[in-house]
Ligand binder design. Sequence first.
Ligand SMILES: Cc1cc2nc3c(=O)[nH]c(=O)nc-3n(C[C@H](O)[C@H](O)[C@H](O)COP(=O)(O)OP(=O)(O)OC[C@H]3O[C@@H](n4cnc5c(N)ncnc54)[C@H](O)[C@@H]3O)c2cc1C
Length: 402
Amino acid sequence: MINLEIPKKFKPLASQANQVATEVFRPISRKYDEAEHAYPKELDMLASLIDGMNEGSDIGGAGAAGVRREKSDDGSNRNGSNLSTVLGIIELCWGDVGLLLSMPRQGLGNSAIASVATEEQLEKYGGKWAAMAITEPEAGSDSAAIRATAELDGDEYVLNGEKIFVTSGDRADLIVVWASLDRSKGRAAIKSFIVERDNPGLKLDRLEHKLGIRASDTANFTLQDCRVPKEALLGDPEINVQKGFAGAMQTFDNTRPLVAAMAVGVTRAALEETRKRLKKAGVEVDYDKPALSQHAAAARYLEMEADYEAAWLLTLQAAWMADNSKPNSLQASMAKAKAGRTCVDVTLGCVELCGSVGYDENELLEKWARDAKILDIFEGTQQIQLLIVARQLLGKSSSELR
Ligand SMILES: Cc1cc2nc3c(=O)[nH]c(=O)nc-3n(C[C@H](O)[C@H](O)[C@H](O)COP(=O)(O)OP(=O)(O)OC[C@H]3O[C@@H](n4cnc5c(N)ncnc54)[C@H](O)[C@@H]3O)c2cc1C
């Protein structure tokens, strides 16, 4: 195995995040898997600590809020914010992905706000916890099919529609809602709006019961004449048919590597645990021998580890490109596709290799196998990532290849 190391300047952050994962997340991992919908109160203190770490750091933070494409004083891109966030997330998800998703102020809405908010919006909404509401009953993979509407009425937008599967929707302070300014103008008219969670026009319908990431709440909402100030619109209020959907979709270039990082973290957790179990059972993994001349379990382990390494490298590449102002849509989708699939395959493979111990609730392997599947679904499913990759490689538009 080629043992590639992360840059030296990121090592303290990765090691702090690993310490949090080991000392805070792992001990309460099973507790909140069982107590679905209970708020993991242990995270409050931790979130304040991470806020402090983000403020004191010049290389970005350990959570989603760390992602902002900033310019240095000389106008060049500030290197390191996406990469450091990805490295922090990998470590924290090695601890528990459901708890990472429940961390105050680290929602995917925070990432959207950090990416495109004006200084005034940052001032107003910075420091708050923001969820992201794109999905609707009739608009999942095809986010251009969004039916929620936003109508300008004086100095306010009036939002109407239904949003489902909103991660942290019940706990966050803000929800970034995608809605159309004019449904006749198609995808170009879809904009995002910051809605305060206590807005009377935003009604919580229910919380989902789930296969995995049970520590994280997933909420469904109705927006009924939900009024927000004009200034709550994120990005350009003009409908630019030429530019189309590109602005809104750019957020994904930042967030897909983060979800890939979650998958990489869970995958590594399962591999490490399995390696220990194999060792206990007398199976040694030998990197100097061809896989096929080793114990079948060791050969399978090596195969899974190779997939993990590929996912890890693609994830780092996508984040590094974002930090260096290189268009990364292709790499972000490649990373998300590879890491999501690898996480599902490897966590189940580890359950298989560890036999009954892998399936037992006394260990975390079975939990990781359940947690893995969502990482191959949200922020764009496996199939959608492959579609995006194919379009980019073949030079086809979304209407030519769907
Ligand atoms: C736990 C959880 C948390 C979530 N959190 C959020 C959140 O915070 N915010 C948010 O907005 N959404 C969230 N989602 C929603 C998630 O992003 C969607 O479930 C996802 O985008 C898929 O949409 P869908 O469920 O409508 O499936 P569909 O789009 O109906 O897809 C069903 C199947 O068809 C496949 N498919 C669809 N189109 C194509 C195509 N063109 N080619 C090939 N295959 C295709 C898909 O890959 C999938 O396998 C969450 C979902 C879950 C389960």
